[in-house]
Design a protein around this ligand. Structure first.
Ligand SMILES: [Cu+2]
Length: 149
């Protein structure tokens, strides 16, 4: 009887460990700047970036118009801060990588005035590859790539 109980107890511990370890791994894989993930324990993981906007460029950790690596299928939140004086925004063209189609994601608010903050939230494509992003107001100056991996 005791042996059976012991085995069940071990099995329960193993199950808890199996459930907990991936969560810890995901939590550690997230922020590169100490920014929290916001905590969504149910469902998919979440990745957050703080992206600055200037006149006329995006900037992440000192790199202008950076290529941003994002995990396939994850919820992506980009916190935008317009440090310039011009109006900017950020648009992700969606899984089809074509702008101005139904699956685009745009920043909220859609017009980010100087000194204002905004958020761009979307689900990363399930398919690995290179996808675009841009500012609709400066599409030849403010643009870059997401590398979905
Ligand atoms: Cu712009």
């Amino acid at each position: 009887m005791n042996l059976v109980n012991g085995k069940l107890h071990l099995a329960a511990l193993a199950a808890i460990a199996a459930l907990t370890l991936p969560l810890v791994a995901i939590a550690c894989g997230g922020g590169d700047d100490g920014e929290g993930t916001g905590g969504t324990p149910t469902g998919g993981a979440e990745t957050t970036f703080d992206l600055a906007m200037g006149d006329n460029f995006f900037e992440l950790a000192g790199e202008k118009n950076p290529t941003i690596a994002i995990p396939a299928g994850e919820e992506i939140t980009i916190n935008l801060s317009n440090g310039g004086v011009a109006i900017h925004n950020m648009r992700f063209p969606g899984d089809d990588n074509d702008y101005d189609t139904g699956d685009d994601a745009a920043s909220d608010p859609a017009l980010v005035t100087g000194g204002q903050e905004a958020t761009l939230a979307f689900t990363a494509p399930a398919k690995a590859g290179t996808y675009d992003y841009r500012c609709d107001f400066h599409p030849t100056d403010m643009l870059g790539k997401f590398k979905v991996e």
